[in-house]
Design a protein around this ligand. Structure first.
Ligand code: ADP
Ligand code: MG
Length: 494
């Protein structure tokens, strides 16, 4: 009898704590006048801390800047999930590195995709050319960010589910180091000093710079530079500068160039050392080159030149391919992780625990079945092409229309289908220049930054270096901070 009374109570416990979690700032969210004044103080602090973006109107100049959008309050994240995400990051580093070295796996996994997706095909083409010539690069550097959402289980408890891993241009490691002080400030203004102390310090850009510095050192040429490839129109420059500044503090010099500059002034010597404006390059760090629109014919040639060189590329072309959505989907197939990480059952279990449902849409029975299921229950799935940068995925009615159009065509192989993650929404204010302060229902996405360096076959660095929390209104299905949908946030561990 006693235990019968207790069982349901224990069963309900996660749900009860969820509700409490979601409303810890609840009373504050109701006082509109206070929110306005708090928002003003938060924005001024954000500007003072350097939480900045260039403006849409002047993306090539820092003459006029504004604050990068952020939440007024830090959002609650269960400590256990934060810990889980950190604990699996080194496994993800190993996995990405293993995939990038497994030519047979990449070739087989991407074979159907490259027939239908021109962008992946071009990347793959460069990969094959480099393999054919022989890889000159001996030091490898990975700077990645694995992103998660908190799936609400049937019993109300949250579970960590990976959305994707970014192996190229993983951003906001710089600005994420500046936002903790903004949220501490907000809580201190409210005399919530105990709460303010709970905001975690965070400095991903420092850890990323340490990875670049290690790769630079192993390259072994004291006068060589780091080449940061970016566009001239770059709103997120302060995020990139944070890494540049950390490198300069270690006496490592960075030059910023566009693909166009590389194509005009880049060259290889007979040892395939890369030179830019006559200066040797030790490390090439890409903050460009992950979307089709970023490549003209000239830019593709520049990318090939860089890939053929012995400079450390971050990422090299194989590691970029390892970050495609098709690879993510194939990794979730039974036995794949075991194959790629032999003798590491614990790492495999930690990785697999974060996988959501992922389905191939290749021609054949398996793909047919996935399409049939998505058409029956469209709200449970997301359709994803091989694209990065947000705004490309299809949901709901749009997904249904696309699937109807694609289902008898080989073009469907350029997409994957993914289980849709449904987190528990909560209230927060999203502060954006020019927008009124109001409370909206939100969901968050947690990213963990990982860094690894490999010299030949020896892994010389493998670590996690910080986190990024991004939050968006529930009605915005897709997209990140750069796409103007999500805003910067901090986890408030509970
Ligand atoms: P991109 O490479 O364009 O960033 P993502 O896979 O990260 O592609 O998807 C973009 C955004 O779409 C994510 O930040 C997330 O908000 C949303 N999203 C992606 N996959 C899912 C999913 N399975 N369930 C719910 N939302 C998703
Ligand atoms: Mg993403």
């Amino acid at each position: 009898m006693f235990s019968q009374v207790w069982k349901p109570l224990i069963y309900l416990h996660p749900l009860v704590s969820q509700v409490r979690m979601a409303t810890i700032w609840g009373s504050l969210l109701q006082d509109e006048q206070q929110l306005e004044s708090l928002a003003q103080q938060a924005v001024d602090r954000a500007l003072a801390e350097g939480v900045l973006l260039r403006t849409k109107q002047q993306p090539s100049s820092s003459d006029v800047v504004n604050y990068a959008p952020f939440t007024l309050f830090p959002s609650l994240v269960p400590s256990a999930l934060l810990e889980q995400a950190y604990a699996v990051q080194m496994d993800f580093n190993l996995l990405v590195d293993a995939v990038s070295q497994n030519c047979a796996f990449l070739e087989q996994t991407l074979s159907s995709t490259i027939k239908r997706d021109n962008f992946t095909a071009r990347l793959f083409d460069i990969y094959k050319q480099v393999l054919k010539e022989g890889i000159a690069q001996t030091v490898f550097l990975g700077l990645n960010r694995s992103d998660y959402m908190f799936q609400r289980n049937a019993d109300g408890s949250p579970a960590l589910k990976q959305i994707e891993i970014n192996t190229i241009s993983a951003s906001f490691g710089g600005l994420a180091s500046r936002t903790p002080d903004v949220h501490r400030h907000v809580l201190n203004v409210l005399s919530k000093t105990k709460e303010a102390v709970k905001i975690l310090s965070n400095n991903p850009s420092k850890g990323m710079a340490l990875g670049i510095a290690k790769a630079w050192e192993l390259y072994g040429s004291a006068n060589a530079l780091v080449l940061l490839i970016a566009q001239e129109k770059e709103r997120n420059i302060f995020d990139q500068r944070a890494i540049e500044n950390e490198l300069l503090a270690r006496n490592i010099h960075v030059i910023r160039r566009r693909f166009e500059d590389v194509s005009e002034k880049g060259s290889l010597d007979q040892d395939r050392r890369l030179f830019m404006d006559g200066q040797e390059i030790a490390v090439v760090y890409f903050r460009d080159g992950y979307m089709p629109s970023q490549y003209s014919l000239q830019n593709w040639e520049a990318r090939l030149l860089v890939e053929r060189s012995c400079a450390v590329k971050c990422p090299d072309i194989a590691t970029q391919l390892a970050g495609t959505k098709k690879v993510q989907q194939e990794l979730s197939r039974e036995g794949m992780l075991e194959l790629l990480l032999p003798g590491q059952p614990e790492a495999v279990a930690r990785l697999r625990a974060t996988f959501a449902g992922l389905y191939s849409l290749d021609m054949g029975e398996e793909g047919d079945q996935a399409i049939a299921e998505a058409l029956t229950a469209p709200n449970r799935f997301v359709l994803k092409p091989q694209r990065e940068g947000g705004g490309n995925n299809l949901y709901g009615e749009e997904m249904v229309q696309a699937l109807e159009r694609l289902k008898d065509s080989e073009e469907r192989a350029s997409y994957i289908l993914m289980e849709k993650i449904e987190p528990e929404p909560f209230g927060n204010c999203l502060l954006r220049p020019g927008s009124p302060v109001r409370v909206v229902q939100c969901i968050s996405e947690l990213g963990i930054f990982g860094v690894y360096v490999r010299q030949g076959k020896t892994l010389v660095m493998n670590k996690y270096v910080g986190h990024l929390l991004r939050t968006k209104a529930i009605e915005d299905a897709d997209g990140g901070v750069a796409a103007g949908v999500a805003v910067l946030d901090n986890p408030y561990p509970v």
